[in-house]
Ligand binder design. Structure first.
Ligand code: PLP
Length: 453
C-alpha cells in the first residue's frame, strides 16, 4: 500500500473533529460555519500533503485552530514598513498623526456638520471644511479637496479644457505608477493633448508657438519618480505664467507630493512648497494629501476662486468627492502646520524624514542587543522619500542586516503578525530603521529572533 493511501485511510471525518474538546472550544469563539469550513480545509490540506498531515488529536485541533485564525484575519492589515521608503504607495503611503486619528474618531462616532451650516441652521457644503486652513497655509485664494491627486487633475482639466487644447511638454508625459499616465489622464478629461518640445528640452517658445484661441490650459507636471539630467531645459512656471496671463490661459501645476514646509534644512532641497508654486505664478496647483503633506488620501486643488467655483459646479466633481473621515483627518493634519516645528515633530512622514541618523543608530544597536544573535549586523543604509517626491534624494539611514537565507527570512517576517516588510540587498534581509516607528522596535526584535534560520 502506498503512503498516500495509508494517510488517507487515517484522515478523520468532519463530524469526529467537531466532537473533540479543542474544536468545541473554537465553536464558542467563532460561528459554526467558519469552524466547519476550517475543518474541511484542514482535512483537504492533509489529503493533498500527507507527509505534513497532523497525526495526534492535539495536532488536528491546532491545525483547525490555525485555519480558523486565518479566516478571521482581516484582508487589510497593519504592517511594519522596514523598506526605508517613507511614502510607500504599496504600503499605504502616509501614516496619520495622532491628532488626525483623534479627529477621525470624533467625527466617525456620531453625526457631524459635514454639510450643515451651524450658523444659519441650513444646508452647508462639505467643501468649506479644509478650505480656510489651506488658504492660510498656501496663500491660495481658494481651495478644494477631492478624493485623490489624480482626480484633482482630471477635474481641473475637465472644467477648464474640455474639448480644448491642453499644452504640455513632451518631457513631462510621464507614468507615475500603476494606472496613472499623464497623457491617458489628460485625454480622459476631455482635453486635447498638445505636446510641445522634446523629451529632454522644452523652452517657453515651444509653448508660445502652440497656444491659440483653442488653448484651454497650459499644464506643468512634476515628473515624480523620474528625473532628467544632462542636456536638459524646461520652462519655469514664472515664464509659463507670463505667457498664459495676458492671453487668459490658466497655468496648471500638478505638483504631486504637496510639500507645505521646506525640508531644505534636513537636506531635502529642490521641490517647491505649494505656496512657492502659487507665488511663482501657477493659476492652479494640484497635489495629494497623503504624500509629503502627511495626511489622508486626498486631492487638493488650490487657485483662483472663479476657476475653483467652476470645478465645484462641475457634475463630475460629485463622483470624486471626499468623505467626512478624510476631511476630519486632513483638517487636523493641516492645523499642525500652523506651527511648522510641531508639524515636523508630529506628522509621521516628516518625523521619519528628519530623524537624526544618530538616533536611528542607537535604536539599531539596541535592537541588535535585544535580538542577541551574531547573525544580525547594524549597517549604514540609504532611505528614500517615495511617492514620487525628491526622486533622487538618498537619505542617510541605519538598518539591521539579518544573516541566513534571505528568501526564507523575508518570508517568515512577512508571515509575522504584524507582517514586516524589508528589502533584500547583497543576499541579506535589511530592515531600515527610518521607516520603523520606535514603538515597533520590540515587535521587530521578537519577529527577527524567530525568523532567523
Ligand atoms: C502622485 C501624483 C499624482 C497622483 O496622485 P494620487 O493622490 O496618487 O492620485 C499626480 N501627479 C503627480 C505629479 C504625482 O506625483
Amino acid at each position: 500500500m502506498s503512503p498516500t493511501n495509508d494517510a488517507r485511510r487515517k484522515l478523520p471525518s468532519v463530524g469526529s473533529l467537531l466532537e473533540t474538546g479543542g474544536v468545541q472550544a473554537l465553536l464558542e469563539q467563532s460561528p459554526r460555519s467558519v469552524v466547519v469550513d476550517a475543518i474541511r480545509r484542514t482535512i483537504d490540506a492533509a489529503r493533498l500533503e500527507p507527509s505534513g498531515a497532523p497525526s495526534t488529536d492535539e495536532q488536528w485541533v491546532r491545525a483547525v485552530s490555525d485555519a480558523v485564525a486565518q479566516t478571521n484575519t482581516p484582508s487589510l492589515r497593519r504592517v511594519i514598513n522596514a523598506t526605508g521608503v517613507v511614502l510607500h504607495t504599496n504600503l499605504g503611503r502616509a501614516p496619520l498623526a495622532q491628532a488626525a486619528l483623534d479627529a477621525i474618531v470624533r467625527v466617525a462616532q456620531g453625526f457631524s456638520n459635514l454639510e450643515y451650516d451651524l450658523e444659519s441652521g441650513a444646508r452647508g457644503s462639505r467643501y468649506v471644511h479644509c478650505s480656510q486652513l489651506l488658504r492660510e497655509l498656501t496663500g491660495a485664494e481658494d481651495a478644494l479637496v477631492v478624493n485623490n491627486g489624480a482626480a484633482a487633475l482630471v477635474l481641473v482639466l475637465n472644467t477648464i479644457a474640455d474639448g480644448r487644447d491642453a499644452v504640455v511638454s513632451r518631457g513631462e508625459l510621464v507614468e507615475i505608477g500603476g494606472s496613472f499616465r499623464v497623457p491617458d489622464i489628460m485625454r480622459k478629461s476631455g482635453a486635447r493633448l498638445v505636446e510641445v518640445g522634446t523629451t529632454n528640452r522644452t523652452h517657453v517658445e515651444d509653448y508660445e508657438r502652440a497656444v491659440s484661441a483653442e488653448t484651454g490650459a497650459i499644464l506643468k507636471v512634476h515628473r515624480s519618480n523620474f528625473a532628467l539630467s544632462g542636456f536638459v531645459a524646461e520652462a519655469s512656471i514664472a515664464a509659463l505664467a507670463a505667457l498664459g496671463a495676458p492671453r487668459g490661459i490658466p497655468v496648471i501645476h500638478d505638483l504631486g507630493s504637496g510639500l507645505l514646509v521646506s525640508l531644505a534644512d534636513y537636506g531635502l532641497d529642490g521641490e517647491p512648497t505649494a505656496r512657492e508654486a502659487l507665488r511663482a505664478g501657477a493659476t492652479i496647483v494640484t497635489m495629494s494629501g497623503d504624500k509629503l503633506l502627511g495626511g489622508p488620501q486626498a486631492g487638493i486643488i488650490l487657485g483662483s476662486r472663479s476657476l475653483l467655483d467652476g470645478v465645484r459646479k462641475n457634475p463630475l466633481t460629485r463622483s470624486y468627492r471626499v468623505d467626512k473621515l478624510t476631511l476630519a483627518a486632513l483638517e487636523a493634519t493641516l492645523a499642525l502646520y500652523r506651527d511648522p516645528a510641531r508639524a515636523v515633530r508630529e506628522i509621521p512622514v516628516l518625523a521619519q524624514l528628519t530623524e537624526p541618523v544618530a538616533a536611528l543608530r542607537d535604536r539599531a544597536e539596541r535592537l541588535r542587543a535585544v535580538i542577541g544573535d551574531p547573525r544580525v549586523d547594524v549597517i549604514e543604509t540609504s532611505a528614500s522619500v517615495g511617492g514620487g517626491a525628491f526622486p533622487t534624494a538618498e537619505i542617510p539611514s541605519v538598518g539591521i542586516a539579518i544573516g541566513g537565507r534571505a528568501d526564507t527570512v523575508g518570508q517568515r517576517l512577512r508571515r509575522n503578525d504584524p507582517p514586516i516588510i524589508g528589502r533584500i540587498a547583497d543576499g541579506r534581509v535589511i530592515l531600515d530603521l527610518r521607516t520603523i516607528a520606535a514603538r515597533e522596535d520590540f515587535e521587530v526584535a521578537a519577529a527577527v529572533r524567530t525568523s532567523i534560520e
